[in-house]
Design a protein around this ligand. Structure first.
Ligand SMILES: Cc1ncc(COP(=O)(O)O)c(C=O)c1O
Length: 373
């Protein structure tokens, strides 16, 4: 089925000419159409125009872009931040910046395209390890790393379809026996969501002080804005700027989007109740779908994946939900995206501003469709 969004994304949208409850995408904090953000975008467009016209390393820098970085540094409690045009490019930027620090890449086999693209571009040997398996990581390190070589471990922080969290603390234990190691996370689905303050998987595992674990993320998902973000010490961010051709040879996020994003970062920082509300909604959805017999881990990740099982045709279930029940969930076929669970899955995205009634109605509809009523 083809879908056309005819309104801002959020818990209730206009799609294919009808009003529906929306459980797709990544609007986790529910900010995408927030009035202050829209106003900020309009003001920035009037003051600075739409695009910068050249890269930030040349003459394309401006106060809006610097403002995003200052606010992101504050949110992530870091000295500095680097803001770039798409979260997809984050791992590429990290690997370019760190290129002198690693010899062999070890990459979770189910990693996102962004991670695989960056690994391929690094021009070093890349060994996959079994999805979320510290044991296999250990095996691959033993088999492929020669004495004196420095490993780099790559993974999604949260996997976008399954909603699983990478066991980063276990990876750290496995690699920390090497003198020099690096771990890099694509934390696109955890920024704004995981950790007491929404600082992502490193905060979730209390690993923020680990000097060898880096992460990149996006402001296009939970924050409802646009663009990728990396935070760290001033020296580290300066190093990324000099070593990354993405930074010095591409245009920045357009000014209206950047200004809205700056506003979103402050909204997320000043309104922790949004994250608490999100976690509450996630717990409700996970509990209720568990009662329907879907095995689901007890985590605050707002991606609830219904795995394939013999008595349910997942694709048909998603179709009927849209056609007859006015609800949108995403069916993902086995090879249609990175990291899809075996047999495909229905990906249900939960937002802070879904109502309890919306979540319960979705569960009830799924129950009725499965039971054939
Ligand atoms: C793990 C992961 N990284 C990066 C991205 C891309 O981020 P952006 O949309 O900001 O380019 C996605 C998008 O779906 C993703 O799932």
């Amino acid at each position: 089925m083809k879908f056309l969004m005819q309104s801002p994304p959020g818990p209730r949208v206009r799609m294919n000419d009808k009003d529906v409850d929306y459980f797709c995408g990544c609007c986790y904090l529910g900010l995408n159409a927030y009035p202050d953000m829209v106003e900020a975008a309009c003001r920035a467009a009037r003051t600075y125009g739409i695009g910068c016209g050249t890269s930030r390393a040349g003459h394309g820098n401006n106060p809006v872009l610097l403002d995003v970085e200052a606010r992101a540094a504050r949110f992530f409690q870091a000295e500095a931040a680097l803001y770039y045009v798409s979260g997809y490019l984050g791992m590429l930027i990290l690997l370019q910046g760190l290129s002198e620090d690693y010899d062999v890449i070890f990459c979770d086999a189910a990693s996102h395209y962004s991670v695989r693209t960056a690994a391929a571009a690094a021009g070093k040997s890349c060994i996959p390890f079994a999805h979320r398996s510290p044991e296999d990581l250990r095996r691959q390190l033993e088999n492929h790393l020669q004495s004196g070589q420095r490993p780099l471990v790559l993974t999604d922080g949260v996997f976008p379809i399954s909603g699983e969290i990478a066991p980063v603390a276990d990876y750290l234990e496995v690699v920390s026996r090497f003198d020099n190691f690096t771990i890099c996370l694509d934390d696109a689905h955890a920024y704004g969501v995981l950790g007491d303050n929404g600082r992502g998987v490193r905060e979730n595992f209390h690993l923020e002080k680990e000097p060898n674990i880096y992460s990149c993320g996006t402001l296009s998902k939970a924050f409802g804005g646009h663009g990728g973000i990396i935070t760290g010490t001033q020296a580290f961010i300066d190093r990324l700027k000099t070593k990354s051709d993405v930074y010095y040879a591409s245009s920045a996020v357009p000014n209206p989007s950047a200004a809205a994003t700056a506003c979103a970062i402050d909204l997320a920082g000043q309104n922790p109740h949004l994250r608490r509300q999100l976690w509450q909604n996630v717990a409700l959805a996970r509990n209720e779908f568990r009662r329907l017999g879907f095995p689901l881990a007890d985590t605050p990740v707002p991606i609830v994946a219904l795995h394939s099982r013999p008595d349910v045709d997942l694709e048909k279930l998603a179709d009927v939900l849209f056609t007859d029940r006015n609800k949108v969930v995403r069916y993902v076929a086995p090879d249609a995206y990175s990291g899809v669970p075996a047999g495909g899955a229905i990906r249900i995205a939960i937002f802070a501003n879904h109502t309890e009634a919306q979540i319960l109605a979705l569960v009830q509809d799924v129950r009725e469709i499965i039971d054939g009523e």
